[in-house]
Design a protein around this ligand. Structure first.
Ligand SMILES: *Cc1c(COP(=O)(O)O)cnc(C)c1O
Length: 473
């Protein structure tokens, strides 16, 4: 077919005339822009051989697109302007690719209130003058860790980059060769240091670094070491012939040479991980007590709140960080500050284990998960699905190598291709379900699914199973 006898879409003016009738009090320019997109889309469809649609259909498509943008189509639907609703059925509690920690309700409420109105961000209530920046989150950190002061920045990578800047011009940062790690997403500690403009002094070996190695570097006047940086090897474990220095001994030597210790904990648990049956994850309080001058950790790993970089430690270095012009570029906005404060307040209220989703998921008894997996199997009434025992992981660079017993369901018969197809159909569904493959079968791990999502999960799984292609049966 030549271009001249190919069917042409109706004009934008005609589509617009239909759409405007149903578009309500929307801005006419916005309606016009969407009508143009719909007509352009129709032209492309016709060019690839699609059947022509009439003016009424294209007008309705225009209105449907407009309604999807503001969420006014269907009651309670998440607007297209927002992110797709996702159920994390991977069993990885702090899943970096799924946005890490789900916030506690108190945090999202606090963020919403701050977002929709004004807060006393930098205004002193008593004097009415400009005051110190809103520091409820920082006051909670001081109370929770025993630190002299605290500072909240946008994320922990920023916290580390900011903190190592305390070396000043020409100063060196000593790091054990066993801790020059890649955090994830290709982000590497040596590169963060280089970009922060500080000189890295490598100490010790990959598997063994002693206090004496640091002492030799600190005593070398040419190295001009101002900071000893410890980095939690978040996402891997070293075993066998390994040694790393005791923090208290290292801090003592470091201070004797006029330098400070910065301890990048990554996850930084504020509750003992032993309580949920996991190995010990270092806490900021114990690291400060052992002599670290500054401890940095994430807001959205084991703390279980919004993305933020939490810095706790001694008065003097924190005061210097607060004054650093770079700190301005790493400043969280009012909603994050409010949400971090609300999250930390739950720890002080003694409600973290029950109110913070990360801790609730960690603490869920396996019997609860078994009951829920049995209920899911009943609603699926699918012959090939069966309940199975699983191992969940914490993720987010926390307690590496540790797992928690979990329960879930395995879907479909064992088959490589069919399993990846089913995984894709689960991702394409509504809500989008992210599962994983284990021994060639798709598995749904219930530890990371909030119980209130069980019904939505069951619906999405049933849908994905029903839509299996014919050659898949
Ligand atoms: C995760 C992690 C970081 C980065 O923290 P973000 O909050 O993702 O910026 C830095 N250091 C360690 C050891 C980590 O585990």
């Amino acid at each position: 077919m030549s271009a001249s006898d190919r069917p042409r879409p109706p004009s934008v003016e005609r589509v617009l005339a239909v759409a405007r009738r149903a578009a309500g009090d929307r801005d006419p320019d916005a309606v016009l822009a969407v009508a143009r997109e719909v007509v352009d889309g129709e032209r492309a469809r016709l060019a690839s051989g699609g059947a022509p649609r009439d003016v009424a259909a294209l007008g309705a498509a225009t209105v449907a697109t407009l309604e999807a943008f503001d969420g006014s189509v269907g009651a309670g639907r998440v607007p297209d302007a927002g992110p797709t609703r996702v159920i994390n059925a991977t069993g990885v509690i702090i899943h970096t690719n799924l946005g890490r920690a789900a916030w506690p309700r108190a945090a999202s409420e606090a963020a919403r209130r701050a977002a929709e109105g004004s807060i006393l961000l930098e205004l002193d209530r008593a004097t009415g003058r400009r005051g110190v920046r809103y520091r409820a989150a920082e006051d909670h950190l001081v109370a929770l860790t025993g630190a002299e002061d605290a500072l909240v920045v946008t994320n922990n990578a920023a916290a580390v980059a900011l903190a190592v800047g305390l070396t000043g011009r020409g100063g060196g940062v000593a790091v054990s060769r066993g801790e020059l790690v890649e955090i994830g997403g290709g982000v590497r500690i040596p590169e963060i240091l280089r970009r922060a403009g500080v000189r890295l002094v490598e100490v010790g070996t990959t598997n063994r670094t002693r206090v004496a190695d640091f002492e030799a570097a600190l005593a070398d006047p040419k190295a001009r070491i101002r900071i000893v940086l410890r980095v939690h090897p978040s996402n891997f474990v070293q075993a066998g012939f390994v040694e790393s220095p005791d923090l208290a001994a290292l801090a003592e030597v470091t201070h004797r040479h006029g330098a400070i210790v910065i301890d990048d904990l990554g996850s930084g648990a504020l509750l003992p991980t032993e309580r949920v049956g996991l190995a010990h994850e270092p806490t900021p309080r114990e690291r400060l007590a052992a002599g670290a001058d500054l401890v940095t950790f994430s807001g959205d790993k084991l703390v279980g709140g919004p993305q933020a970089g939490l810095i706790v430690g001694r008065h003097d270095p924190i005061a210097r960080l607060r004054k650093d012009p770079l700190a301005r570029a790493m400043r969280p906005d009012k909603t994050i500050l409010a949400a971090v404060a609300a999250t930390l307040a739950l720890y002080r209220a003694g409600r973290a284990m029950t109110e913070i989703p990360v801790w609730r998921m960690l603490a869920t008894p396996v019997d609860d998960l078994r009951r829920r997996s049995e209920a899911l199997l009943v609603t699926l009434s699918e012959g090939s699905a069966e309940g199975i025992e699983l191992e969940s992981t914490v993720g987010g660079g926390s307690v590496p190598g540790e797992t928690l017993p979990s329960r879930g369901v395995a879907l479909g018969a064992a088959a490589g291709r069919a399993a990846t197809d089913l995984l894709a159909r689960l991702r394409a569904g509504d809500p989008c379900v992210i599962a994983r493959i284990e021994r060639d079968r798709v598995v749904i791990d219930l530890r990371t699914v909030p119980p209130e999502d069980d019904a939505a999960l069951a619906g999405a799984v049933a849908c994905a199973l029903a839509r299996r292609p014919a050659d898949d049966r």
